[in-house]
Design a protein around this ligand. Structure first.
Ligand code: NOJ
Ligand code: CA
Length: 676
């Protein structure tokens, strides 16, 4: 295999025809041979790459390079000075995740580029080509002419070979990542965040993303002309968007490729491009479901701040802990427990204390009670984006939670885009973007400090996921898209196709603390949320998160004990995950196997259209009988009427059976397959 692949490489062959156009090429193919990547230098000495699949162009000649704030750009006058290849095929184990075993099978090409003039500065571009896409990164070795890199912009381009339909959200906007995905023609994409997902007319699905985003600024894509996109990094706190000392490597630029939408959602490519676990023993990281003093604040029947509406009281928290213990939940989130919420908390991050509780919240008593009942508090640190203020209190704040046995913390960075606050090297307070280099460093600091105390982290208004959970397995989940909270506020609420879009866009980057489990079906204004009850259950299988919330009030769950049983049963950690069908923004069906039993679970959701999905149960273990507990939309169900019309029934099945899943408009279906 390796030999065949090495032979297939075209080494520097200076044919006359090639030299006139593009100088000697370096090439590499995926293990299955279907995807090929070529790197050339053109007549100006610009480095360019292209990608083809099954011989058909996907990314045509696209530039590589850099602009700096203080020295000449790395752009023209480059030559390929070296190339080296290697193959890799190994399987590694996730401590928790969508599947236990992950295969990393790729071929790598390292191209050394050198300037032909001046200081002859040099850098490498490393391509890894998998059967389901590619990743490439820039690597800067130590060299006298490039010690400190003040990067003004990457010149990385992605020029699509054909038109496509695109799903995308705008970049560099005030509401960060919390936009409804637009579906447009490629030609109508302006300035987009990644991941961005495309579907070509020939069915090829393409997603642009990045991996291992650490100490760097996140990548957006701007459409420069026609089908040509260029990377645009989030601004820094100074003129440079990124400041790094050589040697260093950039994050990986990722292009996922699949014949169908399902193939995007099951790709492990981004995880494979990340470094292995850097934390050692992480058996203390525990996936779990949790309840919280939370939805009532979003409904505005309780408040974060002090006063008669204060939600985080000792009494109410104990009631939640007892309910959690009774129904087998691992945690209870308590928001609004600490001083700082009174007044305009969006704007006054410096008011927060992360160690002092409001007088009506006895943190010692509450956590002692939780420990006694085998439940953990999920801590909460809302910073209003004031990362500098939070960092100053971080050691004390984490020490307190460690002493009290808190296993996980939800952090929050509510501030408009570009208005997080960090301290620069001179100690001055600076505005920062949530996904710029300074916040990238901040998140890793929080995660690594928390790891020292055996605490997991779940940031809201976060930097995007880029697979760093592999390296820091206590970085369990995050927000970074429109979650359930928009359905409480209704300005406007999430559309019915939102979840079937998220799976193939935002969730290509990793777990999402979406916070499902709405049983009351209404916003704070009494408007209908675009869901059925069965769909809320299905979301526990469809939207992966190792911290998975049940958002509604205990009394709502007590009122519907039969449907609630599914939320109690469904795990938050999986042995395996499959996507049985799906189209971006329309519908999707997941099947997942429990990591701690032989049971399987299925979740299917649709957009505003009713549909019947035919699924084979071939994923079940052969030769085994299962009791299928089905939670399906009732005959009159729909998101615009009879949202809670649900049928709960049991039947015997085997892997030889198939099912017709009838989904109501805005509906879904959840099934537990109990192995017998
Ligand atoms: C926004 C978060 O997404 C939400 O879950 C939280 O309740 C508020 N910020 C307050 O921290
Ligand atoms: Ca949010």
């Amino acid at each position: 295999m390796l030999q065949r692949f090495v032979l297939a490489l075209a080494l520097s062959l200076p044919s006359a025809a090639l030299v006139a156009q593009d100088a000697p090429a370096a090439r590499i193919a995926s293990p299955d041979g279907r995807i090929t990547v070529e790197v050339v230098t053109d007549h100006d000495g610009r480095a360019r790459y292209s990608i083809a699949r099954d011989g058909k162009p996907v990314i045509v000649s696209s530039q590589l390079g850099f602009l700096f704030t203080d020295v000449a750009k790395l752009d023209r006058n480059l030559r390929i000075a070296s190339q080296a290849t290697r193959s890799h095929d190994a399987t590694w184990e996730q401590p928790w995740g969508e599947r236990r075993h992950v295969r990393d099978h790729h071929n790598e090409l390292r191209v050394g580029l050198v300037e032909t003039n001046g200081d002859q500065r040099r850098f490498d571009v490393v391509f890894r080509v998998f059967d389901d896409g590619i990743g490439f990164r820039y690597v800067f070795p130590e060299q006298p002419a490039l010690r400190r890199l003040n990067i003004a912009e990457e010149l990385t381009e992605f020029t699509l070979a054909t038109d496509a339909t695109a799903w995308w959200i705008p970049a560099l906007e005030w509401n960060r990542k919390e936009y409804v995905y637009k579906r447009t023609a490629l030609a109508e994409v302006g300035f987009a965040q990644t991941p961005m997902t495309l579907r070509r007319d020939d069915g090829l699905h393409i997603a642009f993303h990045e991996a291992a985003l650490a100490d760097y600024s996140a990548m957006n894509l701007v459409r420069v002309e026609d089908r040509r996109f260029r990377a645009q990094l989030f601004p820094g706190t100074d003129a440079a968007k990124v400041e790094r000392d050589a040697p260093f490597a950039t994050p990986w630029r990722v292009v996922l490729l699949s014949d169908d939408a399902a193939g995007l959602a099951t790709s492990d490519l981004v995880l494979n491009l990340n470094e292995p676990n850097a934390l050692g023993d992480v058996s203390w990281v525990k996936p779990m479901k949790y309840l919280g003093i939370w939805w009532e604040m979003h409904l505005d029947t309780k408040s974060w701040g002090s006063g008669t509406k204060h939600g985080a009281t000792t009494e109410d928290t104990i009631r939640y802990i007892d309910f959690a213990a009774q129904h087998g939940f691992g945690g209870v989130l308590v928001e609004g427990w600490n001083i700082g919420w009174d007044g305009d908390w969006f704007a006054n991050g410096e008011e927060f204390s992360f160690t002092e509780a409001y007088p009506d919240f006895d943190i010692e008593k509450v956590t002692a009670h939780a420990r006694e009942r085998g439940v953990t508090l999920i801590g909460h640190h809302e910073t209003s984006g004031h990362a500098a203020h939070y960092e100053r209190q971080l050691p004390d704040a984490l020490d307190l939670y460690e002493r009290l046995g808190v296993a996980a913390i939800k952090t929050g960075y509510v501030a408009d885009g570009g208005q997080a606050k960090v301290r620069d090297d001179d100690g001055n307070l600076r505005y920062a973007w949530h996904e710029g280099q300074a916040m990238s460093r901040h998140h890793i600091k929080v995660v690594t400090e928390a790891a020292k105390r055996r605490i997991s982290i779940n940031p809201h208004e976060p930097i995007k996921d880029s697979g760093l959970r592999r390296t820091y397995p206590n970085w369990v989940t995050r927000e970074g898209a429109r979650g359930m909270e928009y359905n409480a506020w209704g300005q406007p609420p999430n559309p019915p196709g939102h979840e079937a879009t998220l799976v193939f866009t935002r969730m290509l980057d990793g777990p999402f603390d979406f916070t499902p489990g709405l049983f009351s079906m209404k916003s704070r204004h009494g408007d209908r949320v675009a869901t059925t009850l069965a769909k809320q259950l299905a979301l526990y299988v469809v939207l992966y998160s190792p911290l998975q919330m049940a958002i509604d009030l205990p009394e709502e769950y007590e009122a519907k004990p039969d449907a609630f049983r599914f939320i109690k049963d469904v795990p938050a950690d999986w042995e395996d995950s499959r996507v049985l069908n799906g189209e971006v923004g329309e519908f999707v069906t997941f099947a997942r196997k429990d990591r701690h039993s032989d049971d399987w679970y299925l979740g299917a959701v649709t957009d505003g259209e009713a549909r019947t999905l035919h699924v084979s149960l071939g994923f079940l273990d052969a030769g085994r009988r299962y009791t299928a507990q089905v939670y399906r939309d009732g005959p009159n169900a729909g998101w615009q009427a009879n949202q809670t019309d649900i049928v709960i029934e049991e039947r015997d099945v085997t892997s030889g059976d198939s099912l017709e899943l009838a989904l109501a408009p805005g509906g879904g279906q959840a099934i537990r397959f109990i192995a017998r």
